[in-house]
Design a protein around this ligand. Structure first.
Ligand code: GDP
Length: 410
């Protein structure tokens, strides 16, 4: 599709994915409008500056929780397409600020849909749902038993195990206030299509990363600390649960997916977006260290035991019937043969360039955890989507970003 001269409104243009999407649309010569919250200091969001698009986009001050400002943004931009990305998007924060999360994510989405319905404008809206909507995904009988013990009940009960890779038809078992808010938005989008004919498509993107990813997300937490280690600003990597498995895509691949959904996504439908890989947080750290110049030989628990030789060795065996790039530790975690717990205190990483300590911080462990995310993306692939970036490409971009001292945080 030709995006030239199309009017596009992006909510959350100052966010991570929103700014990359805006950049791509500017390149394709669309008229890009972005809803942005007023900043007390009058400055432009760093993401917009970093993407180099400050002079190419029309920023409209407004707030999702204020329907009048949304109505004004619709009048001003007269959008052919809307990408609704704005949200309180950090899972951890949602546990401590549940109501804030619901106000922005639920009421904000309701406001946008309602403003659109009342105006009867002919815009197609792509909503950023989330893989977090799936929440507790059951990857093995053993994990099912553990989850049942921990939570007392599992609803809905699985029809079959494993439930991975995750299809759009998988049960939704959201595990955080953030995840619940995205389920709400997802259903409301579809309801507005069915009830009022508002042209909506839902994307459930799995984690997407790259240079400029929010500093509190784990890929940034890891790469920031690896660069600090490199420059002697710290002596360890502090982390929470590193057994978690995530389907990490490069943000640029997800942006292509958003555009594809606007162009070809069927109204009222839901599409997964992901990499068709799943890798552990531990792998992200170890492969990240290797990308930054450490050659990892061995890891073992600080309290002794759980020793793994050549943990980053590439494992080629299929899992859940699918072959994708992963490490020896990914495979062991996926097969429930390896789990580092808080009692292990941390992990000593033995490298050719010396020892690196991975330190466990109990505060970083979540009250409820999503153990694995792994997308089945066949539905969006049928529309023509493909993945161009590898896990190492993502790591390289993030490490490069943190080479710059100004981007590193304490
Ligand atoms: P999420 O999948 O949306 O929750 O994305 P995050 O990047 O915030 O977290 C991914 C996984 O990393 C989760 O399973 C976290 O429990 C785990 N994790 C381990 N240590 C950390 C940490 O220090 N910060 C964050 N954000 N996540 C961590």
């Amino acid at each position: 599709m030709n995006w030239k001269d199309k009017n596009v409104l992006i909510t959350g243009i100052g966010g991570f994915a929103g700014s990359y999407l805006a950049k791509e649309l500017v390149t394709r010569e669309a008229n890009v409008y972005g809803l942005i919250r007023r900043r007390a200091d009058g400055t432009t969001a760093k993401n917009i500056i970093d993407r180099g698009i400050s002079n190419d986009v029309n920023l409209i001050e407004g707030d999702l929780t204020d329907i009048t400002s949304l109505s004004g943004a619709l009048d001003q931009s007269e959008p052919d397409y809307i990408f609704h990305l704005a949200a309180q998007s950090f899972v951890e924060r949602s546990f401590h600020n549940s109501q804030e999360t619901q106000n922005i994510n639920c009421m904000g989405t309701a406001n946008l849909l309602e403003a659109l319905r009342i105006k009867d404008q002919d815009s197609k809206i792509v909503f950023a749902g989330s893989s977090e909507e799936y929440g507790l995904v059951l990857s093995s009988q053993e994990q099912y038993e553990t989850a049942k013990k921990e939570y007392g009940t599992i609803f809905p009960e699985p029809e079959e195990i494993p439930e991975v890779p995750i299809k759009e038809t998988n049960p939704l078992r959201p595990m955080s206030p953030y995840a619940v808010s995205k389920v709400y938005g997802d259903y409301l989008m579809r309801n507005y299509y069915h009830s009022y004919g508002v042209d909506t498509v839902v994307s459930r993107a799995f984690n997407h990363e790259g240079a400029g990813r929010g500093i509190m997300f784990v890929t940034s937490v890891v790469t920031n600390q690896i660069m600090k280690l490199k420059f002697g600003e710290t002596d360890r990597i502090v982390i929470g649960n590193l057994n978690a498995l995530r389907d990490w895509s490069h943000v640029k691949d997800i942006v292509q997916g958003y555009l594809l959904l606007a162009e070809k996504g069927h109204s009222g439908e839901v599409y997964n977006q992901g990499s068709m890989r799943t890798n552990s947080v531990l792998s992200y750290i170890l492969v990240g260290l290797e990308e930054a110049g450490w050659n990892v030989n061995k890891i073992e628990a600080v309290n002794g035991g759980k020793e793994i030789q050549d943990p980053t060795e590439v494992d080629k065996s299929p899992i859940f019937g699918i072959k994708f790039p992963k490490t020896k530790v990914d495979q062991l975690i996926l097969e429930n043969e390896l789990e580092y717990k808080l009692e292990d205190k941390g992990i000593n990483v033995d490298t050719e360039q010396g020892k690196v300590l991975i330190d466990f911080n109990p505060d970083r462990f979540r009250p409820a955890e999503v153990p694995i995310l792994f997308a089945d993306t066949h539905k969006i692939q049928k529309l023509g989507s493909k993945i161009d970036y590898s896990l190492n490409d993502i790591l390289k971009d993030q490490l490069n970003y943190f080479m710059n001292k100004e981007n590193r945080t304490s």
